[in-house]
Design a binder for this molecule. Structure first.
Ligand code: ZN
Length: 227
């Protein structure tokens, strides 16, 4: 049904959004990506995302969101920014409503490109306190976007109810396990793939990976990993 339609994936080059990109490529005839440059701690994040988009042959638009840094001081006092369900390195300065802004800009871009499907890797399962990652927010925003632009957007959140192990399973089922594992950037220290192994993002990612690999071994599903 959706095979003849066009979609835009909110894409950071991390595990979650890269898995979403593979998912979208299966679901839609035409897929593009949008990546937000908000002065990431590691410029490498943008380069990694660009490299993945290029290798998967999907157009990428990088939008300058550096204005977020003007709002950052409000967020610098947060003590809970160490762990998140969002993929990619955390911004050094988390800002309330960041996802609201990103998805709104993504929608404006998508409409210009004739795409009504928007895909985001937000996830409520590992919800760690960001209200604009919740399913109810996404549904609400979907209505608001449609009203604001008189357009029939459909927001897709394929990871919304998956835990980290299940997200690895999805990548595997999409034939993307090795690609996602080796190419994506999650580590706060800017190390691609399995990362530094020490930072909170790496620990979270590795815990999910190990859980998935254990489950896969236990149920005898496939054997193409050498971990
Ligand atoms: Zn790390």
């Amino acid at each position: 049904m959706l095979k003849n339609e066009k979609a835009v994936v909110v894409f950071s080059g991390g595990q979650d959004s890269t898995t979403c990109l593979f998912w979208a490529k299966e679901q839609f005839a035409e897929v593009e990506t949008v990546t937000f440059d908000y002065g990431q701690r590691h410029k490498l994040e943008i380069e990694v995302a660009a490299g993945i988009a290029r290798d998967l042959n999907v157009p990428q638009t990088v939008l300058d969101m550096s204005l977020l840094n003007q709002l950052a001081p409000n967020a610098l006092t947060r003590t809970d920014i160490g762990i998140t369900q969002e993929d990619g390195a955390l911004p050094s300065t988390f800002v309330d409503g960041r996802n609201l802004l990103f998805l709104s800009f993504a929608a404006i871009l998508a409409k210009q490109k004739g795409a009504r499907h928007l895909i985001t890797g937000v996830c409520e399962t590992d919800f760690s306190g960001y209200p604009d990652c919740r399913d109810i927010f996404i549904k609400s925003l979907n209505v608001t976007l449609n009203l604001s632009m008189d357009y029939q957007f459909v927001l897709h959140t394929p990871l919304m109810w998956l835990n980290k192990a299940e997200t690895w399973r999805m990548a595997d089922e999409l034939g993307a396990f090795d690609f996602v594992r080796s190419r994506t950037l999650t580590c706060y220290n800017g190390i691609q793939g399995d990362g530094c192994g020490e930072c909170p993002a790496c620990k979270l990612r590795r815990a999910g990976l190990e859980q998935y690999l254990n489950e896969r071994a236990a149920y005898g599903e496939g054997d193409h990993t050498h971990a």
